[in-house]
Design a protein around this ligand. Structure first.
Ligand code: ATP
Ligand code: MG
Length: 354
């Protein structure tokens, strides 16, 4: 029997999962569970890089993300779910991999720059924050992962991971630098060069107003602009009714702008009735349909998607001991796997002494 290829992805424990996670990454993970050997990491250390003042919140959100995973259909019989800080090998790998990355290379990362700006970190970010893309490379490579389903903001991090994997294989496994990415393991490399698998929406926008330059923020746990996969119908209704649309349209009969308008981005992303969306967009452009009617449609679409998830979540919320056990067992399995990779890394680096 041939072994299934490895897939790894994860989320920071900074809050519950939202619609951006679903279309950016989680939907793919659910659908790829049979085809791949899947590992899902809850990144609590990464959460601390921006929440050091709220450790209890970071702790409690591990369980919230875990509940979300089970609610959306990640099946613990098929996939392994684990907590980052319980795997010491990941910290050791981070240190070894940090030696392969120059400081200017680390700073040349657009996602890090966006996060510093959008999360208002100013000059107060820690060395640990800057290090998190390397720690993420350790998370991925520890499982000799081949596929990583993520949203667009992760592309620069994955590029760094791929560079680290190539360099490690070249420097310590004597793989020729001129071969194709697909051939590294065949040529004696320890790490496959992982591929990015983007979701059907690479960067879902939030429901709030745009930035000063008119660009829309991404939906994010940290920016207070999210619809969560655990929101009840009433909350979804309130959020959609208050969501940002075209501010120049004061009456339903005014011509409306469809482009860069969250209302239509959401319909295009989530509404399966493509014909209605195309027709309604045209009517919106001509001032022949009101915001309220379009928002009501969107509420129905989102409730239909989220309600089954919320119901499954409630079942697990009533059995937290079971959820805790799934996490404990997943973490033990992940630990064994990461420890094995660490041994291979030390051997390749000629640093295995005992
Ligand atoms: P935080 O605000 O704390 O950074 P987040 O909402 O950005 O949280 P993460 O845990 O950083 O969520 O991201 C987890 C995964 O979900 C990543 O693969 C990321 O690319 C994806 N993702 C997050 N937000 C979106 C979005 N709005 N659209 C598409 N993908 C997203
Ligand atoms: Mg993020």
């Amino acid at each position: 029997m041939t072994q299934k290829a490895r897939l790894l992805s994860g989320d920071t424990s900074t809050g519950r999962l939202h619609l951006g996670h679903w279309v950016g990454s989680v939907e793919n993970r659910v659908h790829m569970q049979d085809e791949y050997d899947c590992y899902f990491l809850i990144a609590n250390i990464q959460a601390l890089t921006t929440r050091l003042d709220r450790p209890k919140e970071v702790h409690d959100n591990v369980m919230q993300v875990m509940l979300d995973y089970l609610a959306v259909g990640i099946d613990p019989k098929k996939s392994t779910i684990f907590v980052q800080s319980e795997l010491p090998a990941l910290a050791e790998l981070t240190v070894f991999f940090s030696l392969l990355v120059s400081y200017p290379r680390l700073m040349r990362n657009p996602t890090i720059k966006d996060e510093i700006r959008d999360k208002g970190l100013g000059d107060n970010y820690s060395v640990g924050f800057l290090l998190y893309p390397i720690s993420q490379a350790a998370d991925i490579l520890a499982f000799r992962t081949e596929v990583v389903p993520v949203g667009e903001d992760q592309i620069p991090h994955l590029e760094l991971t791929r560079e680290i994997a190539r360099r490690f294989n070249q420097v310590f496994c004597q793989v020729d630098a001129h071969i194709d990415d697909a051939d590294y393991v065949k040529q004696g490399g320890l790490f496959p060069i992982p591929q990015v698998k983007l979701g059907r929406s690479r960067r879902l926008v939030g429901i709030g107003a745009p930035a000063e330059d008119g660009s829309l923020f991404k939906m994010s746990k940290s920016l207070n602009n999210a619809i969560f996969l655990s929101d009840d119908p009433d909350t979804i209704k309130k959020k959609v009714m208050a969501m940002y649309t075209d501010p120049h349209r004061l009456k339903a009969t005014d011509k409306g702008k469809v482009e860069n308008n969250p209302l239509w981005i959401f319909h295009e992303t989530f509404n399966p009735d493509r014909t209605w969306v195309a027709e309604a967009e045209e009517r919106y452009r001509n001032g022949a349909i009101g915001d309220v009617e379009c928002k009501k449609r969107l509420i129905d679409v989102l409730v239909a998607l989220i309600e089954p998830m919320r119901e499954r979540r409630l079942l697990y919320e009533n059995d937290l001991a079971e959820v805790q056990m799934i996490l404990r067992e997943g973490t033990a399995k992940a630990n064994a796997e990461a420890n094995q990779t660490l041994v291979s890394v030390k051997e390749a680096m000629k640093q295995r002494y005992f």
